[in-house]
Design a protein around this ligand. Structure first.
Ligand code: 6R9
Length: 647
């Protein structure tokens, strides 16, 4: 492997936990790492004790690599853990969900009310013929009916498959067909940027394409008059009105499926990632409490969409299992203005806020004036997830949103891992901007080379997870061989391969650099696109940058940068030269972009990740592959034009 260029490792800033925060932190003893490491099964068993079980497990772990079974023999129900067990406590009338619609209305769902709704909908599903093990597809926006439907599935042992509400009918149809769902839950319309999105119409199209759906339950969100197919389509509110509010929970085996969630793979066919009940719940319960330092009185807000894994684990299951108050917002962060989220933080006195680097870079581009309009002093902890966070964005988040008083937890994990695996513990970890720091206690990770040997500190290689963890995926729906091949065959059957490139430093901190295909090789030097992007974002004109490696006859590859400018800046040749120079200075002349293309937008997936594959296609003039999972598919054509004009 060639010599790595260590721009990120030159990051010198250090942020120890603020003394006031540390004094009250849920974890204040660094010895937790050693203890968990010595007996990781015992560590996870102690967490499992915090949940309610119908029957305790016989064995914590059975590991026949790469197949793991956690809390073997145990029986529990996720809805009991997220709802029922809080009812006998002072949490009964506590807000479980504080919801705000885009037009501004609010709904507060207490644990007691949540219990009634979940029980009713569980009975509705039963009446529709849904049985334990059946898959139910949920195609809903961010409204309380989504977590209610998820927990109702969990209550009767049905498997939910949530499909992001912004996905196209084609993407939905593919997922319905692969899962074999017979029931679909959707809504009439919802609000986005002041517009009404015709969800039912899109669902109808998908049902047509996919086949197999017998019943469509429709939530009334806007009250629009939508076509209902007699015998197939039913209104949520009508079914709920006559449903019994008592539904006995199904005692699920620890290893029974809780849900599946589709995620894109390297091929065109999405993978149905399978999560089971006991281990998943233990993993998200523990990480929510420790990583977010969750306290009884906190108002917690993860601004992700429930349509991706972050929302499952850290809006629904983790917070509710901990009896927290979780905030949900339906709409767009710039509606009616670019301070919407900060206005919500102020009005609900949010204490913990968890979002993605792409959002943070967007806030930076909009400017400090928007957050400055609001009192953000309730915040005490900030989180980041989804992509490597550029140090400049980290420092901005810390200063402008966190008022320099809030620790930041940069959490690395995946749909497949189910729970956060690499993260600071905010009361004890000294953070470094751009590093997700260390594996959560009980988790063992490393940076390995091709042969599976640990690389020395400072070196680059592949991120690897060396031991099973409770919320790990168990298989890919309908394709166990793909599970073995994709995740457990890089080195050996016991080492999980996440597909991310990483470095570690002499303190044992991990620096995740992005997917391995986000690494390029320029004249024999390994460069991560993320390092070059970070250098570009350091320039005051740049709001966001995406870099790819373009094929080059001499150097192998050269960096090409796509750049979104902050408002007030105009594209120019002088600026292009300046940006190239910036990268040369920060990293090395080797990393100097061959071209800088100015663009108003970048292709983003629904979860906010830049789709670099598409940029590569544009640069190489090849056919644009599948763009159905893009949030903004129209951007592809714009970019192609921008690229060709700039050439
Ligand atoms: C939770 C989620 C997983 C991929 C993962 C990695 C990237 C997520 C990150 C991060 C660097 C972080 N990723 N968190 N990279 N630092 N803190 O995002 O799941 O949608 O499956 O994506 O996201 O590349 O492999 P998912």
């Amino acid at each position: 492997m060639s010599r790595p260029i260590d721009a990120l490792l030159q990051e010198q800033r250090r942020y120890p936990p603020p003394a006031e925060f540390a004094a009250r932190a849920n974890v204040d003893d660094p010895d937790v790492y050693r203890q968990a490491d010595e007996d990781f099964e015992g560590f996870w068993a102690r967490w499992a004790e915090e949940l309610a079980w119908f029957r305790k497990w016989d064995r914590v772990l059975e590991w026949h690599p790469p197949d793991a079974r956690w809390f073997v023999g145990g029986r529990l129900n996720a809805s009991v853990n997220c709802v029922d067990r809080h009812l006998a406590t002072p949490r009964k009338n506590k807000a479980a969900i504080i919801w705000e619609g885009e037009p501004g209305e609010t709904r507060v769902v207490t644990y007691q009310e949540l219990a009634r709704q979940v029980n009713r909908f569980a009975n509705v599903l039963k009446a529709l013929g849904v049985r334990k093990g059946d898959r139910v597809t949920l195609y809903l926006p961010m409204i309380p009916e989504l977590p209610i439907a998820m927990l109702a599935c969990a209550r009767i042992g049905a498997v939910h498959s949530v499909v992001f509400g912004g996905f196209s009918p084609t993407a939905l149809a593919q997922r319905i067909a692969d899962s074999g769902s017979r029931v679909l839950v959707t809504c009439d319309e919802y609000y986005r940027r002041g517009e009404r999105i015709p969800q039912k119409r899109r669902a109808d199209e998908a049902v047509q394409m996919a086949g197999g759906i017998d019943k469509v339950v429709v939530v009334r969100r806007t009250g629009a008059n939508v076509p209902m197919t007699p015998g197939r389509d039913l209104w949520w509110d009508e079914l709920m009105a006559s449903a019994d509010p008592h539904c006995p929970p199904e005692p699920m085996d620890s290893e029974d499926m809780l849900f599946m969630m589709y995620t894109s793979g390297t091929t065109g066919k999405p993978k149905g990632i399978v999560h089971t009940t006991g281990g998943y719940l233990v993993g998200v319960h523990a990480t929510t409490k420790w990583v977010f330092d969750l306290k009884e009185e906190d108002t917690y807000w993860c601004s992700a969409d429930i349509g991706w894994i972050t929302g499952h684990s850290y809006i629904v299951y983790g917070p509710l299992s901990n009896g927290a108050t979780t905030v949900m917002y339906e709409g767009s962060p710039d509606w009616p203005d670019k301070d919407r989220l900060w206005s919500m933080v102020e009005r609900y006195a949010v204490n913990i806020f968890y979002t993605a680097p792409t959002a943070i870079r967007q806030f930076m581009q909009w400017g400090e004036a928007y957050p400055r309009r609001h009192d953000l002093s309730s915040l005490r902890l900030l989180g980041s997830v989804g992509e490597p966070i550029n140090p400049e964005a980290w420092v901005w988040y810390h200063r402008v949103i966190g008022g320099e008083r809030c620790p930041i937890v940069d959490t690395w994990w995946q749909t497949e891992t189910g729970m956060i695996l690499i993260t600071p513990l905010p009361g004890i970890t000294v953070t470094k901007p751009g590093s997700a720091t260390r594996p959560f206690p009980g988790v063992k990770a490393a940076v390995l080379d091709e042969q599976g040997q640990p690389v020395p500190p400072g070196g680059g290689g592949y991120l690897a997870i060396l031991r099973p963890w409770p919320a790990m995926l168990r298989t890919i729906w309908g394709d166990h061989q793909r599970y073995v091949d994709t995740y457990w065959s890089r080195w050996n059957r016991q080492t999980y391969y996440p597909g991310d490139g990483a470095k570690w430093d002499e303190d044992g901190y991990f620096w995740v650099l992005g997917r391995v295909d986000d690494v390029m090789n320029v004249a024999g030097h390994r460069l991560s696109t993320m390092e070059i992007e970070s250098a570009l974002v350091e320039h005051p004109a740049v709001a966001e940058a995406a870099v790819i490696g373009a094929t080059h006859s001499i150097k192998g590859q050269v960096p090409v940068a796509f750049v979104i400018l902050k408002s007030g800046w105009e594209p120019s040749e002088a600026l292009e030269r300046e940006l190239k120079e910036k990268v040369a200075q920060v990293i090395s002349p080797i990393a100097r972009p061959d071209r800088v293309v100015f663009t108003p937008d970048l292709p983003k997936t629904r979860s906010g990740k830049i789709m670099r594959r598409l940029l590569r296609d544009i640069v190489h003039g090849s056919a644009l592959g599948d763009v159905t999972t893009l949030r903004n598919p129209e951007v592809a054509e714009h970019l192609r034009q921008a690229f060709e004009t700039a050439a």
